[in-house]
Design a binder for this molecule. Structure first.
Ligand code: HEC
Length: 152
C-alpha cells in the first residue's frame, strides 16, 4: 500500500508544518503584546533608550555570556510569560529579526535553560551588554566592525 504510506507521511508532514506555524504565530502575538510597546514592530528600538534588535540581536549568540544575557535581561526575565512561551518567543525573535547575524550553528533556547536563566535577572544590563559585545568582537575580528556600529 505504497499510496497510503505516502499519504501518511504527507499528513504527518503537514501536521508538523502547522504546529511550527502555530508556534511562530503565538510567538509573534506575544511579541506584539509584551515587547513591541518598547521595542517597536520591526524591533528597531529607539536610539539611546531601547537597543535595536533587528539585524543585531543574533550577535549575542556568538558567546555563552551573550546567550544568557538575552534571557537574563529584565524585559525578558520578568515578562508575564511561561518559560515555554519565552523560549518559543526568543527562538522566533532571533530568527525573525536577526537571522543573518546568528552563528552558523544556532542552538535554540530550551525551556529548562530559560527557566534557570530568568531567575538570575541581570542587574546592570547596559554594562553587561557593553562587556559582552566587546568580548564577542575581540573573539571574532570579522564581526567587530559591525558590532561596534551598534553601541546604543
Ligand atoms: C518597558 C519597555 C520594555 C519592554 C516591555 C521590553 N523591553 Fe526589552 N529592553 C528594554 C530596554 C530599555 C532594554 C535595554 C536594557 C535594559 O535597560 O533593560 C531592553 C533590552 C532587551 C534585550 C537585550 C538587547 C540588547 O541589545 O541589549 C532583549 C533581548 C530584549 N530587551 C527583549 C525583550 C523581549 C523579548 C520583550 C518582551 C517579552 C521585551 N524585551 C520587553 C525595554 C523593554
Amino acid at each position: 500500500m505504497a499510496v497510503n504510506r505516502n499519504l501518511v507521511i504527507l499528513t504527518i508532514g503537514l501536521l508538523c508544518t502547522n504546529a511550527a506555524f502555530a508556534d511562530d504565530q503565538k510567538a509573534q502575538v506575544n511579541y506584539m503584546l509584551h515587547c513591541q510597546g518598547c521595542h517597536l514592530p520591526g524591533a528597531e528600538g529607539s536610539a539611546g533608550r531601547v537597543p535595536p534588535m533587528n539585524d543585531f540581536i543574533g550577535y549575542f549568540l556568538h558567546s555563552q555570556a551573550g546567550r544568557e544575557f538575552l534571557i537574563r535581561v529584565p524585559g525578558v526575565a520578568h515578562a508575564a510569560l511561561t518559560d515555554a512561551e519565552v523560549s518559543e518567543l526568543m527562538n522566533w525573535l532571533v530568527q525573525r529579526f536577526s537571522r543573518e547575524q546568528l552563528p552558523t550553528e544556532f542552538i535554540p533556547f530550551t525551556v529548562a535553560e530559560v527557566n534557570e536563566l530568568r531567575r538570575d535577572v541581570e542587574q546592570s544590563p547596559n554594562n553587561a551588554r557593553s562587556l559582552i559585545l566587546a568580548n564577542i568582537a575581540a573573539d571574532n575580528p570579522a564581526l567587530a566592525s559591525e558590532i561596534s556600529k551598534n553601541k546604543n
